[in-house]
Design a protein around this ligand. Structure first.
Ligand SMILES: C[S@@+](CC[C@H](N)C(=O)[O-])C[C@H]1O[C@@H](n2cnc3c(N)ncnc32)[C@H](O)[C@@H]1O
Length: 369
């Protein structure tokens, strides 16, 4: 009889101990056999959490209209493609492609998906679009492209370093797994980059202040930017500007864990069975974009973005006259749904900085980043 996945993951955690929280999070989410995402957890009603593409196809339709506007502003390049990373169930790809098809457009669609189990589910859902969609397992396998790279709730799942302010200065959380128990200890920072990121904020923090720093977004973002010849990056996620993220009042950080739609306090309760996430530092993405020669075009919350794109009219276009659709729309745009927690950042190469996109016609809050 084989070893159970739980036991196997536990053994790996013990073997690697002590490790930074980022290493712990990386193993729990991304171990290729025993990590949370390797099991391709369902997203939506039957899953641990909801995301906008699972709420209604109008979300994808709205994004498709934004993509078409970008394509037009870029002078309708013939080699224009779409790339999505972390496509989850594959609904966003399906809804974007379906809407584009209805409007007579036919762009190739690449999905970067590291996990075979998710790839298999995406292939099922996208069966009718099979001839348009290609999969790569790793960003390294993606060729240079002209087009749009998009992600929804991708970066919040990138491993974060946990730090705490002590009387001896800033310390990092290290995790040890022993005899079915996980304990934390504070020790020296594992990378000078952590202090560099937090230095402007530390002096305002009370002792015991805990927060996170994500170092893994930068290399991934650089790889995407390097491949983008011309086009845009659309990032949708929950997050803050750096000033809000590291505000003295946010003294417990933004780490969140979910299992079966329940919020769990403890990231150590069920390794491999819990989604562990942290909010995205959007100022970091903006700064990285600037350093990599991208132009920051707009930043706003999901609600004004979708309304700016005419989401109400799109709703009657994609599914006319169904009353439950109105409930879905509320979920996408109201503050008690995903409307104000989620933000949209668009960065571009080959478009001027003063480009006005419809998604930002009601609000553009780039200056807060
Ligand atoms: C929270 S789910 C979001 C799924 C989907 N975008 C949605 O909105 O429903 C995170 C997804 O990101 C994927 N993922 C995580 N790290 C990734 C990486 N480095 N490259 C590509 N996908 C990644 C996971 O496999 C998972 O499909």
């Amino acid at each position: 009889m084989g070893t159970s996945p739980d036991l196997a993951l536990w053994r790996i955690l013990q073997r690697e101990s002590p490790m930074t929280f980022a290493q712990y999070m990386g193993l729990c989410l991304y171990h290729p056999d025993f990590g949370y995402y390797a099991q391709a957890p369902s997203i939506g009603r039957r899953g641990d959490f909801f995301t906008s593409p699972c709420v209604h196809s109008v979300f994808g339709a709205a994004l498709a209209t934004q993509i078409l506007e970008i394509w037009t502003l870029l002078d309708q390049p013939k080699d224009f493609i779409l790339v999505e990373a972390g496509a989850g169930e594959g609904y966003l790809a399906l809804d974007i492609l379906s809407y584009l098809e209805k409007k007579g457009f036919d762009f190739p669609y690449f999905i970067i998906e590291p996990f075979p189990a998710y790839q298999a589910r995406q292939k099922e859902i996208l069966a009718e679009k099979a001839c348009k969609v290609s999969w790569v397992q790793d960003i390294q396998d993606l060729p240079s492209f002209t087009g749009v790279f998009l992600s929804n709730e991708l970066f919040d799942a990138f491993p974060v370093h946990l730090v705490e302010l002590t009387e001896e200065g800033l310390k990092e959380v290290y995790v040890t797994a022993r005899q079915k128990k996980i304990t934390e200890a504070l020790s020296a920072l594992s990378s000078p980059e952590i202090l560099k990121r937090l230095k402007p904020y530390i002096e305002n923090w009370p002792l015991g202040y805990r927060t996170e720093v994500c170092l893994s977004i930068e290399p991934f973002f650089k790889e995407i930017s390097r491949r983008l010849n011309k086009g845009a990056l659309i990032t949708i996620d929950y997050g803050y500007s750096q000033r809000d993220y590291y505000h003295p009042e946010r003294y417990r950080g933004t780490l969140m864990c979910y299992a079966h739609h329940r919020f769990l306090e403890d990231p150590y309760a069920a390794p491999g069975h819990t989604d562990i996430t942290a909010h995205v530092d959007f100022s970091l993405l903006k700064g990285l974009g600037e350093r990599l020669g991208l132009v920051n075009i707009g930043f706003t919350q999901q609600a004004p973005f979708l309304v700016g794109l005419g989401v109400e009219n799109l709703l009657s276009e994609v599914s006319p006259g169904k009353s439950k659709d109105l409930e879905a729309l509320k979920m996408l745009i109201l503050p008690q749904g995903l409307g104000m927690s989620h933000w949209v950042l668009i960065q571009a190469r080959g478009l001027p900085a003063e480009t006005k996109l419809r998604g930002f016609s009601l609000s553009n809050r780039l200056r807060i980043l």
